[in-house]
Design a protein around this ligand. Structure first.
Ligand SMILES: [Fe+2]
Ligand SMILES: [Fe+2]
Length: 179
């Protein structure tokens, strides 16, 4: 069952270009079990209601973020960067694994997300800066970090919109029992 759901998530991300397709496999080989078992939030009644249900809360939130990022990529005419943007959208909250197991904090989770990716993958310099900025600045609505370019803004907006319970997205088949 676990592999079926993992494959479903990979299909949803829908990146077939290398090296990104392999990077996704590498990350999920190590982190799927934990990533798919954490919630989208510690405060399920305040945020993320549509994807709050364990154990796939963070996967559902990540899918919503990917979905919205894809719309923004078209709107902003950034198709040529879709691998970098969708990859960042899919894993922007990976660092919450360390937050939920007590190794890190809410404030640090964007930085943990990129560290965890970088520990597994050697991202070429030309993509590294962009991906690092997108992931590390995704909380700029709430933290003092600032979205410094249009790529960072896309992930920050996608994350924010994905967290809004009033936004229903047709086309996402959520994992778990979502009410
Ligand atoms: Fe986050
Ligand atoms: Fe998020």
């Amino acid at each position: 069952m676990e592999d079926v759901n993992r494959d479903r998530f990979i299909r949803f991300i829908d990146i077939i270009n290398e090296p990104y397709a392999s990077w996704i496999q590498t990350i999920l080989n190590v982190y799927w079990r934990e990533f798919s078992s954490i919630p989208a939030t510690k405060h399920p009644n305040r945020h993320h209601p549509s994807e709050r249900i364990y154990p796939y809360g963070m996967i559902n939130h990540s899918m919503r973020t990917v979905f919205i990022a894809r719309l923004l990529i078209v709107e902003e005419n950034l198709i040529s960067f879709k691998n970098q943007i969708i990859f960042s959208a899919a894993f922007h909250d990976l660092g919450n694994i360390r937050r939920y197991n007590g190794q890190s904090t809410y404030k640090m989770h964007p930085f943990e997300s990129f560290s965890m990716i970088e520990e597994l993958i050697s991202i070429p310099d030309e993509d590294k800066k962009m991906i690092k900025n997108m992931i590390e600045n995704h909380m700029h609505h709430w933290f003092d970090t600032h979205a410094i370019d249009k790529f960072d803004k896309i992930i920050a907006y996608a994350d924010y919109l994905a967290s809004r319970p009033e936004i229903e997205l047709n086309g996402i088949e959520y994992f778990g029992q979502v009410k």
